[in-house]
Design a protein around this ligand. Structure first.
Ligand SMILES: [Zn+2]
Length: 158
């Protein structure tokens, strides 16, 4: 967390035009950078889980309200019937490879930040590729460290 703020501060120091994008999560109070179009708003949720959690909650509330209507009840009956026959629910999205490895909203946030900082459009795919590369390097380093520890233990014997 401290590291995060160090990075955030250094970004703001070198990219002073982003200072107006500094926002605070209304749920967990963490500081983060928002898109310039949302600059100055104080009702934002952070991209580290709060925004997603509250969006999910709202959509659950919406669908609960929807299924309480008679139209919704009929539709649900149809869906349940389909499911009972072993049909695939229509809303089952095929998972994007690699994307499920990262919290939803996070990749978009990083892509947005990278675009702002680099002054060019950076796609979410690019961010996912970058994150995967970073994770591979990280796990390689960890494996090397583990190998070293195991080697040390073997040398010392029981
Ligand atoms: Zn938050």
């Amino acid at each position: 967390m401290k590291q995060y703020y160090v990075v955030l501060r250094s970004v703001l120091q070198s990219q002073s035009h982003l200072r107006r994008c500094l926002s605070r999560c209304r749920h967990c109070r963490i500081f983060f950078l928002t898109h310039p179009r949302n600059a100055g708003r104080s009702d934002l949720g952070c991209p580290f889980g709060c925004r997603e959690a509250h969006r999910k909650q709202r959509s659950t509330e919406r669908s609960v309200a929807y299924y309480a209507t008679s139209e919704g009840k009929v539709k649900r009956k149809m869906q349940n019937g389909k499911r009972a026959q072993g049909g695939v629910p229509a809303d089952a999205n095929p998972p994007t490879p690699a994307a499920p490895e990262f919290p939803a909203g996070m990749v978009g946030y990083v892509a947005m930040l990278a675009s702002l900082i680099e002054g060019r459009p950076v796609s979410e795919e690019e961010i996912v590729r970058m994150l995967l590369r970073a994770m591979r390097q990280h796990s390689m380093a960890r494996r090397r460290r583990m190998d070293y520890v195991v080697a040390q233990l073997n040398q010392q014997g029981p």
